[in-house]
Ligand binder design. Structure first.
Ligand SMILES: Nc1ncnc2c1ncn2[C@@H]1O[C@H](COP(=O)(O)OP(=O)(O)O)[C@@H](O)[C@H]1O
Ligand SMILES: [Mg+2]
Length: 372
């Protein structure tokens, strides 16, 4: 019997377009003798639109938008939806027939990778690929994430958390605190978001103030971090209770002007190169695996995370962050790391689906009342 894979993509997020690309890649990598696909496109406005079930590859990316938008137009015409849900998430559940169904949320950033969609799927009691509510939410918040890592004994760069209200009411004290605990340059980041949105590097007090103003446009909570000169090394983690780690990969900025690895460099141009496997001493790699595994377990992650480290010239290691829905096209670091570790893209997707079912079954065995 085929498994129906409900692919959620698009989303109310800055990473809408990349999500569409990812959905196209995932769908086209599927073994269609094992899967059928129910595509669900989430528009920029947050409408959920269901397209026709796919039993074979799609020809081009835009097909995953056009067909859906046509459905939305028809629904609006018939007065079924007035800028709302062309389908309701609950209808996914109603459709669950004899065939097993697994949801694959291919959404990045807020409203997708942050636990909100995961919460909805939990409420509907549907199996879904990837991290649950807790891990997704904790890893989307750079302040909470740091607390979890600290508790797990994982080294990180020094950092100061600042709330908007503290900045408004006692800016001088906050600057003094930052300048006491850290040394310029520092990185100023909104606690939420991803893809380097709202992040800037500050080299002195003036640029710190400018960076804070910019970051506060995106969040009420800001983290100011010690800047380090380091290589950027990433490890892919896969599993549930006993996660496995891939080989390590390195992100190498090519352009001289690339101040840091920003949004543009990630997705839009060829300013960066990925070196896989990264050239590391075996002992350093082992250390990364240990920290990545501890981060995974500490967050109660499931399915997948990508752990992003800084490794300095004298081999000091800092965990920068983990991503609970890392870039997932065939040319993204996470799938490439597994490819290089002996697990090709198509098998990686199947494995993630198996892990989703495994976790869902385990959770459904748990008692949630006091009765027998
Ligand atoms: N403390 C730091 N020291 C040096 N570079 C940093 C530091 N923090 C971030 N960067 C640079 O900025 C990039 C984006 O920061 P990151 O925290 O990973 O944000 P995002 O969640 O947007 O990926 C990093 O990949 C790195 O190149
Ligand atoms: Mg990052």
């Amino acid at each position: 019997m085929k498994t129906k894979l409900v692919v959620l993509y698009g989303g109310k997020s800055a990473e809408h377009e990349i999500s569409l690309q990812t959905a196209f890649s995932v769908i086209n990598a599927l073994a269609f003798d094992k899967f059928s696909v129910q595509p669900i496109y989430i528009t920029n406005d947050g409408d959920w639109v269901q397209g026709p079930v796919l039993t074979q590859k799609v020809d081009f990316v835009e097909q995953l938008r056009f067909e859906q938008m046509e459905q939305l137009r028809l629904a609006n015409q018939e007065g079924e939806a007035s800028h709302g849900l062309a389908i309701s998430p609950a209808s996914i559940r109603e459709e669950q027939s004899a065939e097993p169904l697994v949801v694959f949320p291919l959404l990045h950033g807020p409203n997708g990778e942050d636990g909100t969609v995961q919460g909805l799927l939990e409420v509907l009691n549907l199996p879904y690929v990837g991290n649950g509510v807790l891990a997704s939410a904790a890893a989307m918040d750079k302040i909470v994430m740091k607390m979890v890592f600290a508790d797990a004994g994982i080294p990180q760069v020094a950092a100061v958390a600042v709330r908007a209200i503290e900045w408004e009411e006692s800016q001088q004290e906050m600057i003094a605190k930052i300048e006491t605990e850290l040394v310029y340059p520092v990185f100023v980041k909104p606690a939420n978001l991803g893809s380097s949105v709202g992040i800037s590097k500050a080299v002195d007090r003036d640029s710190l103030v400018a960076a804070m103003v910019e970051a506060l446009r995106y969040d009420r909570r800001i983290v100011v971090e010690q800047g380090v000169v380091a290589r950027e090394i990433e490890v892919a983690v896969l599993g549930n209770d006993k996660p496995a780690c891939s080989v390590a990969g390195e992100i190498i900025p090519k352009g001289e002007v690339a101040v840091f690895y920003d949004y543009k460099a990630k997705y839009q141009d060829n300013d960066t190169v990925m070196a896989i496997p990264a050239n590391l001493e075996p002992a350093i790699y082992e250390q990364l695996v240990d920290y990545a595994t501890r981060a995974f377990t500490g967050l109660d992650a499931s399915g997948l995370v990508r752990a992003d480290f800084f490794v300095t010239e004298d081999n000091q290691i800092f965990l920068n962050e983990v991503n609970t829905m890392p870039g997932f096209t065939p040319f993204s670091m996470y799938p490439l790391l597994w490819q290089e570790s002996g697990l090709p893209y198509t098998d990686l997707i199947s494995k993630l689906v198996d892990l989703a079912i495994e976790r869902h079954e385990a959770n459904n065995k748990l008692k949630y009342t006091l009765e027998d």
